[in-house]
Design a protein around this ligand. Structure first.
Ligand code: 13P
Ligand code: SF4
Length: 350
């Protein structure tokens, strides 16, 4: 069997539109080391003191997932957020997720450890640009509905008819979007293309992409497959078509988790999504081996950082603690939340 350290050379490509600080800056130990166990104890105490529930996406550090009350994909977390009884929600994820939690809980205090935790997909689709494009389509006489991936700002959600996640997109389009309507799908062109394939619907695709998933290279993946005979490739539908074409299973993060859990036989999985996903996969099905794509660099044995989301990486235990302690940063209600809330609720909760 090939050791994981030999699986591939990482062709560490820089995301094209990465304007975020590098991981080494975010994670610098010089920023003031604190013992993670002490931080976890402090967070536990503050959670009770502040009457808070912590939600964490599968892409944040494993230690944050471990202290969370709920972990999941975007769909599960939105539904979990809607059921929270405590007066405060701390969302360890990215901005659009915390914003969605706020819209589903107008009367609760919603905190996010770092307000700058954005998303390349959400950034690719500013509300004014979408508004102008929709207007142009209307003037051309096009009869369309706008379906938005949840990875969008609330201002964009307010302009849309339906919101989908990787967990419910296919079903929602099949059930809710009349066959005679055109679909404008924003902002992920790769997820949109995949949905065209599985739903058989033609879509107008917004040219956005996830900075993490768009840089997986076919060459790296094929090399990993060759070096790991019998391995099974699982990929997120945010990946480009050439990656999905050579994958054995395509699904959002929660579907991936359920899939590996459904297989009893110990199996080697090549995981084409954000590398922190390995944490819940391992937890759900410890009998398997999970190898991140692109994976491990041959010379150093270190994990390549290009499959890490720099926005998710802004979440740290320190910031979770500080956020609970100070009550900041907080997501506050914006005027366009009213409209976006309605779309979000009927898309995800009904
Ligand atoms: P899901 O966890 O909903 O599959 O989405 C992945 C993602 O990119 C979240 O930002
Ligand atoms: Fe956005 Fe991609 Fe990061 Fe998810 S992994 S938050 S889609 S940039």
């Amino acid at each position: 069997m090939t050791p994981a350290g030999d699986i591939m050379q990482c062709s560490a490509r820089k995301p094209m539109h990465d304007q975020s600080p590098t991981l080494s800056v975010i994670d610098s130990p010089a920023a003031g080391y604190e013992d993670p166990l002490d931080l976890m104890d402090e967070i536990d105490r503050l959670k009770t003191e502040q009457d808070a529930t912590i939600l964490a996406h599968y892409y944040v550090e494993g230690e944050i997932q471990d202290i969370a009350d709920f972990t999941g994909d975007s769909l599960k977390l939105a539904r979990d957020a809607a059921a929270v009884e405590n007066s405060t929600i701390l969302f360890a994820g990215v901005h659009f997720m915390a914003e969605s939690a706020k819209m589903l809980n107008p009367d609760k205090r919603v905190l996010i450890p770092d307000l700058l935790a954005g998303c390349s997909l959400a950034e690719s689709c500013p509300a004014e640009k979408l508004d102008a494009f929709q207007e142009k389509l209307r003037q051309e006489g096009r009869d369309f509905v706008t379906v938005a991936y949840i990875n969008t700002s609330a201002a964009v959600k307010a302009l849309c008819d339906w919101i989908v996640t990787s967990g419910n997109a296919r079903e929602l389009i099949d059930e809710k979007v009349p066959a005679e309507k055109e679909i404008l799908f924003v902002p992920d062109q790769h997820l949109g293309r995949y949905l065209e394939e599985v739903t058989g619907r033609k879509m107008i695709l917004w040219p956005g992409a996830c900075m993490v998933h768009e840089i997986f290279s076919l060459q790296d993946l094929l090399r990993a497959k060759r070096n790991n005979p019998g391995s099974v490739v699982i990929a997120h539908p945010e990946c480009p078509q050439n990656i999905l074409d050579v994958s054995d299973f395509v699904g959002g993060t929660e579907k991936m988790r359920c899939y590996v859990q459904s297989i009893e036989e110990p199996t080697k999985f090549l995981v084409a999504t954000e590398a922190n996903m390995i944490h819940p996969l391992h937890h759900a099905a410890p009998q398997h081996e999970f190898i991140p794509v692109p994976g491990i660099m041959t010379d150093t044995g270190e994990t390549c950082a290009c499959n890490r989301c720099p926005h998710m990486a802004r979440n740290t235990l320190q910031k979770v603690r500080d956020c609970l302690k100070t009550g900041k940063p907080e997501i506050t209600w914006q005027p366009y939340f009213d409209k976006a809330k309605d779309v979000l609720e009927r898309s995800l909760l009904k």
